[in-house]
Design a protein around this ligand. Structure first.
Ligand code: ADP
Length: 284
């Protein structure tokens, strides 16, 4: 069946992977850069995730992210190259040279154009529309989880919290490692995660992009966020954010999940706004 096929496709051998320097610290262990020689002889630059204290239980959690990514194929989602399931366990992904979008925004903030910021938002939105079509909920949409492949291409990553939603259409989260300041009210109150709560989080992520990676609600404690949201307070328009984009964000932050737009609708609107911005920038 299809599941076994994709399992086969992603089994790679350690001899084809050369490990390089440390890129960063992941939740489970160090992430290194490196090179992978594919069966066709192509050399691909990769990021290698390792698992430090990898008991059977931890290993299962570590590999679950790769398990989900095996079934994904989209130009704006981090691409899994392969998995080595025998100890030491490695997850091998395509390398995105420019690293996390959050850091990239801070470093490049004086040279990024409005159209580029809209383009990044549109690309993340397309990735999420693709997940929406697969009934997959990401649950951790934030600039820290987006990688920059090139100055005009970003990739959504970090599927560590994502889940397929079953018939009841939501997933009740049990863990406490939750990004409260990005979360929809129903996620904070009832641990309810749906595509509509992903839409709320996407709105916060776009707010981060236009505020050049400021932390949302940095002026509040986690415990103060829900009462603010319930009294109608929302993140304000960042200075660089076009009013057309901010108007979409306020719709993503409708209290009622059903009143929020879908990712399909957001792609459509963001495409229009992006095209208009490009025309305007070429006039200037
Ligand atoms: P985890 O989700 O397990 O906490 P991350 O995905 O955050 O781990 O990875 C840790 C760091 O490694 C990130 O901050 C990022 O800088 C780097 N990194 C991870 N994957 C890639 C990749 N595919 N390309 C480039 N850098 C990466």
């Amino acid at each position: 069946d299809g599941t076994e096929d994709s399992g086969e496709k992603h089994r790679i051998s350690r001899g084809d992977v050369v490990v390089g320097r440390i890129l960063g610290e992941g939740f489970f262990g160090e992430v290194h850069d490196g090179e992978y020689k594919s069966p066709t002889g192509e050399r691909i630059r990769v990021a290698i995730k390792t698992c430090k204290d990898c008991s059977a239980e931890v290993k299962e959690k570590f590999l679950s992210e790769a398990g989900l990514m095996k079934n994904l194929d989209h130009p704006h989602i981090v691409r899994l190259i392969g998995v080595i399931e025998v100890d030491p366990v490695w997850i091998v992904m395509e390398l995105y040279e420019h690293g996390e979008l959050g850091k990239y925004l801070l470093e490049e903030k004086y040279i990024l154009s409005t159209s580029t910021l809209i383009l990044f938002s549109l690309q993340i939105c397309k990735a999420l529309a693709y997940l929406e079509g697969l009934n997959m909920v990401h649950r951790d949409i934030a600039v820290r989880n987006v990688l920059v492949a090139s100055p005009d291409c970003v990739k959504l990553g970090d599927f560590g919290l994502s889940r397929y939603v079953e018939e009841q259409e939501y997933y009740k989260a049990s863990i406490s490692r939750l990004p409260i300041k990005w979360m929809a009210p129903e996620s904070i109150n009832f641990r309810r995660f749906t595509t509509a709560s992903d839409v709320w989080m996407f709105g916060v992520c776009v707010w981060e992009i236009f505020s050049m990676a400021q932390q949302p609600f940095f002026w509040l404690e986690n415990g103060q966020v829900i009462s603010q949201l319930e009294s109608g307070v929302r993140l304000q328009k960042p200075q660089l954010c076009p009013p057309t984009i901010y108007s979409l964000l306020t719709r993503c932050w409708a209290y009622e999940p059903r009143s929020r737009p879908t990712f399909g609708q957001l792609v459509y609107s963001l495409n229009d706004i992006h095209r208009m911005e490009l025309e305007q920038e070429s006039d200037d």
